[in-house]
Ligand binder design. Structure first.
Ligand code: URA
Length: 210
């Protein structure tokens, strides 16, 4: 069973994350690194997926071989930065169903405002992995998980690249049943709600905006 917070300290993840944090890393490299880290994190997030045996025949003989059991899992990207994590995970789990939650952060109140919501059917029967690279104040993550639960999701994991202690605490208070899997737990938020030391604005850095 997962702890509320898991920091995946694998050397490959930590090395790639350092490259992503570096302000001189260009957009194309940043995106590639995010894709690679997302796959390494997905390995951890899916570690305990239920399995069942399927009868197959190898060129040598028949055997009962393990396959993933149950409904296809659902990946839910919290737009827009979530898409950077989504792409890599989808390469690893191509049969996953995909949903999107569109929330933007009001820069003054830092509160999330919803503008889009579309998720796969039967969420209650699926493992739902919500992805957003930056768990900062936790406001948008909590709002996204609220919406997913309203849509029926019961087994949710939250995967991010960086987390701030404030965001982790907020998630734990609002959604203690949702494990958080991250590559690093940073020091704090600044007065604009950015994670420090962080890596800046993840969306801008991955899409080359601003
Ligand atoms: N969103 C980002 O992209 N970066 C932060 O540091 C916080 C929220």
């Amino acid at each position: 069973m997962y702890e509320h917070l898991t920091v995946v300290k694998h050397p490959l993840i930590q090395h790639k994350l350092t490259l992503m944090r570096d302000e001189t890393t260009p957009t194309n490299h940043f995106r590639q690194l995010l894709r690679e880290i997302s796959q390494l994190l997905a390995y951890e997030v899916t570690r305990e997926l239920p399995m069942e045996n399927q009868r197959i025949k190898t060129p040598m003989q028949e055997m009962d071989a393990p396959v993933l059991a149950g409904r296809k899992l659902a990946l839910v990207s919290i737009l827009r930065a979530g898409n950077g994590l989504l792409d890599g995970v989808l390469e690893l789990i191509p049969s996953a169903r995909v949903g999107f939650v569109g929330l933007y952060r009001d820069e003054e109140t830092l509160e999330p405002v919803q503008y889009y919501f579309k998720v796969p059917e039967a969420l209650e029967d699926r493992l739902v992995i919500a992805v957003d690279p930056m768990l900062a104040t936790g406001n948008s993550s909590v709002a996204a998980i609220d919406l997913l639960k309203k849509a029926g999701a019961r087994d949710i994991r939250f995967m991010c690249l960086l987390a701030a202690p404030e965001g982790v605490a907020r998630m734990k208070e609002a959604h203690p049943d949702v494990p958080i899997i991250t590559a690093a737990l940073d020091e704090k938020l600044n007065d604009k709600g950015y994670i420090v030391p962080g890596l800046g604005d993840a969306g801008d850095r991955m899409f080359g905006t601003k």
